[in-house]
Design a protein around this ligand. Structure first.
Ligand SMILES: Nc1ncnc2c1ncn2[C@@H]1O[C@H](COP(=O)(O)OP(=O)(O)OP(=O)(O)O)[C@@H](O)[C@H]1O
Length: 957
């Protein structure tokens, strides 16, 4: 920035008018002094010679400037001196200045002496100070002011800060009393709020206010509007404009008009009422009662009211400013205030709404803060909740193979978690639900593995025998290999308990290298066990299938469902149809567990079911299954299994070393033969475990270092054998025949025993002819009905042994058939007419039923009638019709195994069961002499070889 001295060096002062436009400027303000060296010759224009006119100014920055007429010296004096009008003082100052310059050459600097002809004209201009207006303290020098374009209207009395740029400051001239003025004029609409420098005075309204400008100690400028003025004439051609102004006339006649105070009062009341009505708007600032109500000058009042209401309508305010009549102006103001009301109301409404919103926002902030505090105090609890949510979010992010719909379900549930109080029951339930959802193996599958060698090795190492079963399984795996999937198949193993159904299922999973899960549906009454409980129930959880998936962490495990034949019938929902829905390949790709409530694809699961018999498997399920039967084991097989599988397995399970225990072959045989009568292995397993436990005790308590189990000491470990033999008789007596039965526990031999009691008074009526015929029905007696007395005319048959309805009917049929058959075989034989008969099947505690004992019962009765025992070691099975036809039966394999176990060597099967027998593995068939019967006479021929010749007497049979 140029120093003052440098500025002054460049100074050109052609006229005082131009003085204002010179740049860089001389700052002139505050005080001026006209000094004439000759005090008697004041301001004489013509006196050019020795007359000095010295102007001395202190500008707004308190810098003192001196201008000497004719010889002009520009001086800068630091610390600015307040000059007064007295010339001697000025001279003194001048002297001081000179002295100081001479002495210090610094403090008072007489910068330069400029002599210019033009400066004469300056003195001329200065003479204009004599003008009347220039003598007015409240009026600018020569009525010239800088025009300050303003964006708002200022009224008389308005005060406030004003921003004055350097281009204005440079041109501000103080008047005779040292006051500096500026003219505030409203910019016309099109120029408002544009750049402050305007190109012509046309940009502003012609009426404005004269404002007195002062500078505060802090350097800020303030204005105070003093008069309404009108622009008269422009004095320069560029911004900032200087113009001469004239005061705006007021209507002097009005000054005493009572309307003025009345109007003022009216406006006061209105303002007060507004202040009350809209307290939010008039929060202010201005103390109305003491500051405004007391103003009696209407001009000042007008300005104060406008300020009070904050009325900022430039055009309307300009109109008021330009209006001559004060009454009119007050009226216009009143109207303007009235027009404010709707606006204020709206404003108030908006303010209230904003306030409400801000309150709500503040409340939210407050609550958030409170929550933060709570979090700090409760610490763990809330952190825990966030941790839980984060855990589930992370878990969900890892489920990349989950279907989108399920993912959305989980995401929604996680979102819900954050909105629920963590201590609530609802939170716990929802958390449990999300836990389930996020812990399922969505889209995770064990890779398919269909290696036949591996499968065979697994099956062989886990199971003895069962060759046909293993073969079926290998075929099944081969199909999987070709198809690439075992999807859509449900295997069902049917067989007596302990025959290895479950363990074969496990081996299949091992062979396919898949996870394995087993559960039983025996006695299951509630479908929710399979399909899950609905989430509305407390403690609800998914069904077994979903539990299996969570546990195995794959979506294609092998799931073994045990005892499907024992599944409960319709109770709570229908468990069997829920099972069907689960297993059915046509439906299970969109299986929806009640608890999960979102579909899960079960189609890749390999389901294996087990049952003891096909009889009770729900038909729709049965239709969809591939049935594989495990009939049970013969003694030899059981011995092998005990030796090669059970003993080594239980050694390990009980922690006994091989050299600490031995079980002799004879002992094993004894165990199989006389300690268990099952066709499975379970009972044998328990017996072996019992031996191991006892051995372990001996080894641990030190009573033995090694145990050898032989026939001699077996009883010490297992007690007395519960069964001596399956057979009650080494040689079957008369009336006793070995039948073959088949139930859920497998096959069994079943004795049919008959005894006779002669009737004391034989009835002649029983003779074959002429009356009655042997086919006439005879009274039948069961154990429950009282037996007919010995004196009864008609013979009776009594049956015992817990026989069911079908078997009782069979007895009746067999009895009728036997009488008729005997009548043709040996008409002389009156046995049936002279004897009451008792037919019994031992093991009365076991209920027995079915038609397949028909031939056995008939044979038993005929043995009695012929007084001939049946062939030794003979067993038979077959339903008999009343005319002697032998009808197909079931369970050939089981019956054969049971027969072998009982040491039977000759068997009779219905002819139609020939194929079943022939299909049996050789180790089962070996040692069995089988005969097939189409009619009863075929059975008779085998059972009574010594009576074979009687068959020639038959006419109808
Ligand atoms: N052929 C076999 N070879 C070796 N061990 C066998 C054989 N068959 C069965 N077992 C064994 O017999 C025991 C009982 O078998 P498992 O539990 O599989 O019978 P199950 O038919 O499923 O019986 P349930 O009908 O009562 O469920 C198991 O320890 C099993 O390993």
């Amino acid at each position: 920035m140029l120093s003052i001295s440098n500025k002054l060096k460049n100074l050109k002062l052609p006229t005082i008018t131009n003085l204002y436009n010179i740049s860089p400027p001389i700052l002139v303000n505050n005080k001026y002094n006209i000094n004439n060296n000759n005090s008697n010759n004041n301001n004489n224009n013509n006196n050019k010679d020795n007359k000095y006119i010295r102007l001395s100014f202190t500008n707004l920055f308190s810098q003192k400037l001196c201008i000497d007429y004719k010889r002009v010296n520009y001086c800068k004096k630091k610390g600015g001196n307040n000059n007064d009008d007295k010339s001697d003082k000025i001279e003194k100052n001048e002297k001081n200045e000179k002295n100081e310059k001479n002495e210090k050459n610094e403090e008072t600097e007489k910068i330069e002496i400029v002599e210019k002809e033009d400066l004469i004209s300056l003195s001329k201009e200065l003479l204009k100070f004599d003008k009347a207006s220039n003598k007015r303290k409240d009026w600018p020098l020569n009525s010239e002011v800088l025009i300050y374009p303003s964006n708002s209207v200022n009224f008389v009395g308005a005060t406030g800060p004003i921003s004055i740029g350097s281009q204005f400051i440079n041109r501000l001239i103080p008047n005779a009393s040292g006051k500096t003025f500026i003219g505030l004029f409203l910019l016309k609409d099109e120029h408002r709020n544009t750049h402050p420098s305007v190109k012509s005075l046309e940009a502003v309204h012609q009426v404005g206010v004269l404002a007195h400008v002062t500078q505060s100690q802090t350097g800020l400028f303030h204005f105070e509007s003093t008069k309404r003025v009108r622009i008269k004439e422009i004095q320069n051609g560029q911004f900032p404009f200087i113009a001469t102004i004239e005061p705006l006339l007021t209507n002097e006649d009005e000054s005493k008009d009572p309307k003025i105070p009345a109007l003022m009062e009216k406006i006061n009341q209105l303002s007060l009422s507004f202040q009350k009505l809209y307290p939010d708007t008039y929060t202010n600032l201005i103390d109305f009662k003491s500051r405004i109500q007391t103003i009696d000058n209407p001009e000042l009042f007008l300005s104060a009211i406008i300020n009070f209401h904050g009325l900022n309508y430039p055009s309307k305010c300009q109109e008021i400013l330009e209006t001559t009549s004060i009454i009119k102006r007050l009226e216009m103001l009143h109207e303007m205030i009235l027009n404010e009301q709707p606006l204020l109301a709206l404003q108030q409404k908006i303010a209230k709404e904003l306030d409400d919103k801000s309150k709500a926002y503040k409340n939210k902030l407050l609550l958030t803060e409170q929550l933060k505090l709570l979090k700090e105090q409760l610490g763990n609890e809330i952190d825990e909740k966030e941790k839980i949510i984060e855990k589930y979010q992370n878990k969900l992010a890892t489920l990349t193979l989950i279907p989108e719909s399920s993912k959305k379900v989980i995401q929604d549930e996680i979102n819900k978690l954050s909105a629920i109080e963590s201590s609530s029951l609802e939170f716990a339930a929802l958390k449990n639900y999300v836990e389930w959802l996020t812990n399922l193996p969505w889209g995770i599958y064990s890779p398919d593995y269909f290696d036949l060698k591996h499968s065979k090795m697994v099956l062989d190492s886990d199971h003895y025998g069962l060759e046909d079963i293993k073969q079926r399984i290998l075929e099944f795996i081969s199909v999987g290999h070709l198809k690439g999937t075992v999807q859509g198949k449900i295997i069902c193993f049917i067989g007596p308990p302990g025959t290895g159904k479950t363990s074969i299922g496990k081996s299949i999973a091992k062979a396919l290298k898949r996870e394995f899960y087993r559960f039983s549906v025996g006695g299951l009454l509630d479908e929710s066990e399979i399909k899950g409980h609905r989430r509305t129930y407390i403690g609800s959880m998914p069904g077994k299938i979903i539990q299996a998936l969570k546990l195995t962490q794959t979506s294609n495990p092998v799931i073994l469902i045990d005892e499907i034949d024992k599944i409960g019938k319709k109770n709570l929902g229908d468990p069997s149809s829920a099972l069907l829905e689960t297993l059915d390949p046509g439906q299970n790709s969109t299986f929806t567990d009640h608890y999960l409530d979102t579909p899960y694809d079960l189609s890749k699961i390999l389901f294996i079911c087990t049952a003891n018999s096909t009889q009770d498997i729900p038909a729709p399920l049965f239709d969809r299954m591939e049935i594989i039967r495990l009939p049970g084991y013969i003694e030899e097989e059981q011995i092998h299994i005990v030796k090669e599988f059970l003993i080594p397995k239980t050694y390990i399970e009980c922690g006994i070393k091989l050299d600490q225990l031995s079980i002799s072959d004879d002992a094993i045989k004894q165990i199989v033969k006389f300690y268990s009568r099952e066709v499975g292995i379970r009972q044998l397993e328990k017996l072996i475990e019992k031996i191991m436990r006892k051995t372990a005790l001996k080894l641990v308590n030190g009573t033995a270092e090694r145990v050898d189990i032989t026939l001699d000491n077996l009883e010490q470990y297992l007690g007395i054998p519960p069964y001596t033999s399956d057979r009650y008789y080494d040689t079957t007596p008369i009336g006793v025949v070995n039948g073959l039965a088949f139930n859920k526990k497998g096959g069994a031999t079943l004795y049919i025993e008959s005894t006779a009691e002669e009737i004391q008074k034989p009835l002649s009526s029983l003779s074959p002819s002429p009356s009655p015929s042997p086919s006439s029905p005879l009274p039948l007696s069961s154990s429950s009905s009282s037996s007919t007395s010995q004196n009864s005319i008609e013979p009776v048959i009594k049956i015992t042994g817990n026989l069911g309805d079908v078997m009782s009917e069979s007895t009746n049929i067999a009895y009728t058939f036997a009488k008729n058959f005997l009548y043709e075989l040996d008409p002389e034989n009156k046995f049936f007419s002279s004897h009451n008969i008792h037919l019994h099947s031992p093991q009365g505690n076991i209920p027995k039923d079915g038609p397949s004992a028909g031939v056995t019962m008939a044979t038993s009765l005929l043995s009695l009638a012929l007084n001939e025992p049946v062939k030794n070691n003979l067993g038979m099975t077959g339903e008999i019709t009343i005319t002697g036809k032998v009808v197909t039966i079931g369970g050939v394999k089981e019956k054969t195994i049971a027969a072998k176990r009982s040491g039977l060597t000759s068997l009779v099967f219905p002819i139609n069961n020939k194929i079943n027998f022939e299909e049996l593995p050789d180790y089962v068939k070996n040692g069995i002499d089988v005969q097939y019967a189409n009619e009863y006479k075929d059975v008779f021929e085998v059972a009574f070889p010594s009576k074979k010749h009687l068959l020639n007497n038959l006419k109808t049979f």
